[in-house]
Design a protein around this ligand. Structure first.
Ligand code: SAH
Length: 396
């Protein structure tokens, strides 16, 4: 494909030269006439070549630089090389029988912003973040076929307004799966459906956190898992020998999906409680009933609106933590997690200090997690390293 020259504002020149591949919404002098998927040669005002990439509008920006070398063509071979390198980087995961679900290709972290690939046993899931990258779909799939064997490919098109999911039959190629399938993560079974809306049943970026909960924190503990979705953290806790788990999520689907995840691990349901309700309502109930937990897990979405509540992680995390603190035993653990990309670990810790200060509770940070290695991110783009998880011990 022929490339089109575009000029960047001088403000963005330095960032691009320093290796930031994301083209900000305001980065280009003009975008008129550019079509999604257009290969662009990004130049400075003084006509210096800065990089080659593509135009594609996503909520983060309007395109990605893919190479700083003017002689590199963006073609099937280019995609194949990046995919091969990404697969090689994960060979340690590929060889494990204990873990069969992980991220195979992480967008800009693996050299091409705009799409990711996850594997779930021998099924692949591609998530597309702009119409622009979607125009390369056939090329990318052909390249993928040259790198790896698979039963089938599914996709999530995440380029509706504000990056939301486009409802569709998500099957792309291969032999349709008989979903749900059971994948393994560090020996724990999880149920996954690649063709049931925006989410598949598990968030793979929390693998290390689930393992820590099982191996180091859960034994003999009463665990509260809020925003529990399919109960993945609860299952990890139960596998680690928790005394009880309580999973709270307001989505109706969470009950059957959580039960299923317990059952496929042969966990006795007797001490696993599932509450389908608003977390903020549950906190009030727990305080009234004087319930106290040894461990409280907080993993809210960055933004959520329920009937009574709007929750924005960037604004409301301290208040959420305060609620959790009030129902955690002394010396108990709070797992504070957020996937919000608009603030970093330092700011997140600020929210934590704020929550504890005002309550006059003391705490200590016992462990921290960010993205696992298969969710490769680049330092130049802070928001690509979005996951922040802090294990806190409450002291009196
Ligand atoms: N912690 C989960 C992922 C959370 S996804 C895991 O590790 O798998 C976010 C979940 O929060 C969704 O399932 C959504 O239904 C739920 N949710 C959003 N707002 C909520 C609220 N106010 N109360 C309870 N659940 C809520």
């Amino acid at each position: 494909m022929k490339s089109v020259e575009v000029i960047v504002h001088s403000l963005y020149e330095k960032g691009i030269k320093n290796g930031n591949p994301l083209l900000d919404k305001e980065a280009l002098l003009s975008t008129s006439g550019l079509e999604e998927g257009q290969i662009i040669d990004v130049k400075s005002k003084s006509n210096q070549f800065l990089g080659r990439g593509y135009y594609g509008i996503q909520n983060k920006g309007i395109g990605w630089i893919l190479t700083s070398d003017p002689h590199t063509e963006i073609n099937e071979l280019f995609f194949e090389k990046k995919l091969k390198a990404a697969i090689k980087r994960r060979s340690e995961l590929e060889q494990q029988n204990e873990t069969t679900a992980y991220r195979l290709f992480n967008g800009e972290g693996d050299g091409i912003g705009g799409f990711t690939i996850d594997c779930f046993n021998d099924y692949l899931l591609i998530q597309w973040y702009s119409k622009g990258i979607y125009t390369f779909k056939e090329m990318i799939i052909r390249a993928l076929q040259n790198c790896i064997s698979f039963a089938a490919i599914y996709e999530k098109k995440r380029f509706d307004q504000k990056g939301s999911y486009v409802e569709d039959d998500d099957f792309v190629i291969g032999k349709r799966g008989d979903f749900p399938i059971i994948v393994k993560e560090n020996g724990i079974n999880y149920s996954v459906d690649l063709n049931d809306g925006a989410m598949v049943g598990i968030f793979l970026d929390q693998r290390d956190v689930r393992k820590a909960i099982r191996d180091k924190y859960a034994k003999d503990k009463d665990v509260l898992n809020t925003f529990s979705y399919t109960g993945a953290f609860s299952v990890a806790a139960a596998m680690g020998g928790s005394k009880s788990t309580t999973s709270v999520d307001l989505a109706n689907r969470s009950r059957p999906k959580t039960i299923e995840n317990f059952q496929i691990n042969a966990i006795n349901l007797e001490n696993q409680h599932i509450m389908v309700e608003d977390v903020f309502h549950y906190f009030k109930y727990a305080v009234k009933k004087k319930l106290l937990f040894d461990m409280v897990i907080l993993d809210p979405p960055s933004f959520a609106r329920s009937k009574k509540h709007t929750f924005r992680a960037a604004k409301d995390y301290s208040n959420l933590l305060k609620e959790a603190i009030s129902i955690t035993k002394n010396n108990g653990i709070i797992v504070a997690s957020t996937n919000c990309s608009t603030f970093d670990m330092k700011k997140f810790k600020g929210f934590i200090f704020e929550a504890f200060d005002k309550k006059e509770n003391r705490f200590e940070i016992v462990e921290e997690f960010q993205l696992p290695f298969d969710f490769r991110s680049i330092q130049k783009l802070k928001e690509s390293n979005y996951l922040k998880v802090v294990f806190l011990k409450k002291r009196n």
